[in-house]
Ligand binder design. Sequence first.
Ligand SMILES: Nc1ncnc2c1ncn2[C@@H]1O[C@H](COP(=O)(O)OP(=O)(O)OP(=O)(O)O)[C@@H](O)[C@H]1O
Length: 251
Amino acid sequence: MELLVQNLSKQFGDKAVLEDINFSMQSGEFITFVGSSGCGKSTLLRLIAGLDHPSGGRIHVDGSPVEGPGPDRGMVFQKYSLYPWLTAADNVAFGMRLQGMTSADVRNRTAYFLEVVGLQDAATKLPRELSGGMQQRVAIARALATNPSVLLLDEPFGALDLQIRETMQEFLLQLWQRTGLTVLLITHDVEEALVLAQRVHVLAPNPGRIIRSLEVTLNKSDLDQLRLSAEFLQLRRSLATSLRQLEPTIG
Ligand SMILES: Nc1ncnc2c1ncn2[C@@H]1O[C@H](COP(=O)(O)OP(=O)(O)OP(=O)(O)O)[C@@H](O)[C@H]1O
């Protein structure tokens, strides 16, 4: 799989929201975009998902232009990801049924992906009976079940408390290491971007553009240790400084 984004721009009316975005990613990579609120992160992800159309530039998946949503791109949003009237299992099954999978396949894959996210015991629960973190795990299972080439995550843990957010980051990192998923995640949280990604792109606002890209080669075998390591703290400070310099000065 290759995702290729070239000279991508997006205008809403006369407001330029994204300008000249260029990057690519390959199978098995985990990349993040980090930027402050309103810099165009969600817009970028929606364009890649095919939920909206670019004003200029190109988005290709495996050489084919993105012209709308497709099963090759699975998406998870910050909240309200699940259908509230469906059980966890039916939520996971939903996309597969739409794709026309046989009911035996749907049943087997639902059980498998609920297990992948550690929720085999929650199959018959409704979303409101699950914690926020569990709901997002169901949403990830649903996205994975349709076998996407790339998983697009829009601040998936943004609505969760800090402690649960860290548990979910660890969960996602392990899932990625175990399964070889391809993940593109957007976040406003510098620490989250660094903990998870192999490559971080920093987005500046007005118009949204990439101002910095860095490879992250930190040892992620123990995230608690990592968060305290000098190398991590130095990178985090450096990224936070990049973002802070973009804020409008007051007074
Ligand atoms: N459909 C739309 N019509 C008009 N303007 C829009 C539309 N969608 C987004 N925008 C504007 O584009 C800019 C970027 O929005 P976007 O949601 O992509 O930012 P973001 O970085 O994801 O922010 P947040 O983290 O707050 O969600 C904002 O100024 C927003 O008001």
